[in-house]
Design a binder for this molecule. Structure first.
Ligand SMILES: Nc1ncnc2c1ncn2[C@@H]1O[C@H](COP(=O)(O)OP(=O)(O)OP(=O)(O)O)[C@@H](O)[C@H]1O
Ligand SMILES: Nc1ncnc2c1ncn2[C@@H]1O[C@H](COP(=O)(O)OP(=O)(O)OP(=O)(O)O)[C@@H](O)[C@H]1O
Ligand SMILES: [Mg+2]
Ligand SMILES: [Mg+2]
Lengths: 226, 226
């Protein structure tokens, strides 16, 4: 479904270069649940942005359903991304002037869903993550874990078949975190593909495979015992 | 050292009221290491902002070294805060147009420390958290865990005697997280007072006492076995 071949990402910083990814080979099958772990700064978020078509590699290739993304123009890439992929960002990226409900409706606005249905679907997914009493709040009027849950709800509301989640339980207590993990496991059981970055091994063990990154490279791939 | 008596905090939201804190009694001795745990939305960050003199209670009192903060004007409160308290925010609050080094120098600028000494002290604390190779980066050019470590470095650079840290290891892998925890344990062993919000029980067990919040109230206080 998703395949990275020889993917690198470098940033020019004045005189020096930062090599965030140094050559990643990675293949994710449709319906798989893959976890990505690794030290802070090892390239996990950078890799997620490339897999999610939010950024392009410096060199190497990304294939989506066999199509080389290099052959797609920016708007075709955005089209694929918006219709197929839900992304939970490590730092949420909520729009500060919109309410919780309006933030979660945004992917449905892009998908052309009519107003009443948007409201119903956004409300339903927000109830799933326990935020039914916060619909009218702005992001600045929420706790850290509540903002994280809004970001999760927004990623799921358009029912994407590929979900990329960058540390979705980092700001959650263990009870709330377990509820979120259960949502992802159910989505995977329903046939959706999940790629999740996490720092917690316990969460990574929800997946079928754990990819360990280090210094911009895949250090090892671990199969999770069932 | 720090005492909250009957502290409440409420937010008016149009017609309704959100009671973030419903009556908190809490005393922290000089040199103590206290952890605060509780579900997402239970009031931990709100309590931290009040303890750190960044916000005032709706009712109730906060005493700092026996002085009722109600008797202090805003600039006297800010003076106490800047000289005595280091605060690690749950969402970092780094200044986006300044470099990592400049961000960490800011408390020293307020303290009137001369330029060369500021640079040396900020560099030293940034090396302690593993960011010696990122001094010239802007926050947007860092990973999530690197931003978290800049926020920690900035809180510590002025050598405050009271450190309030709101989930300082949430974005860190276990190895980097252990390094940060060791820094806090050493600071406490040196006589500094630490109040840390965490979602991870393992981290909370570094402390001498764990305060469990639920729905804006102290649910129970747990002594940590040595
Ligand atoms: N715009 C940029 N310019 C320069 N360097 C960058 C930029 N963005 C990221 N980096 C660097 O690339 C490396 C990888 O960053 P990335 O965000 O992928 O790490 P990560 O594995 O997600 O870390 P964390 O666990 O802390 O979130 C880091 O060392 C970071 O400093
Ligand atoms: N400005 C505000 N206006 C209205 N309600 C607010 C505001 N700030 C916080 N709240 C509410 O107060 C409650 C407590 O928030 P707080 O940030 O203290 O929670 P927390 O325990 O730190 O949660 P987390 O673990 O998710 O960070 C939450 O339910 C939140 O929605
Ligand atoms: Mg990251
Ligand atoms: Mg909080």
């Amino acid at each position: 479904l998703l395949e990275a071949r020889g993917v690198t990402k470098s940033y020019q910083m004045g005189e020096s270069v930062v090599h965030a990814l140094r050559g990643i080979d990675l293949a994710v099958e449709a319906g798989e649940y893959v976890a990505i772990m690794g030290p802070s700064g090892s390239g996990k978020s950078t890799l997620m942005h490339i897999l999610g078509c939010l950024d392009r590699p410096t060199s190497g290739a990304l294939f989506i359903k066999g199509v080389d993304t290099k052959t797609l123009k920016d708007n075709a890439l955005a089209e694929t991304r918006n219709s197929e992929i839900g992304f939970v960002f490590q730092d949420f990226y909520l729009l500060p002037r919109l309410t919780v409900l309006e933030n979660v409706e945004i992917p449905l606005v892009y998908a052309g869903v009519p107003r009443a249905e948007r409201r119903a679907r956004a409300t339903r997914v927000l109830s799933q993550v326990g935020l039914q009493n916060r619909l009218g709040h702005k992001p600045s009027e929420l706790s850290g874990g509540q903002r994280q849950r809004v970001a999760i709800a927004r990623a799921l509301v358009n029912e994407p078949s590929i979900i990329l989640a960058d540390e979705p339980t980092g700001n959650l207590d263990s009870v709330t975190g377990s509820e979120i993990r259960a949502i992802f496991s159910e989505l995977n059981a329903a046939g959706n593909t999940i790629i999740m970055v996490t720092h917690e091994r316990e969460v990574a063990l929800d997946a079928q495979r754990i990819i360990h990154l280090k210094d911009g490279l895949v250090e090892k791939v671990e199969a999770v015992a069932v």
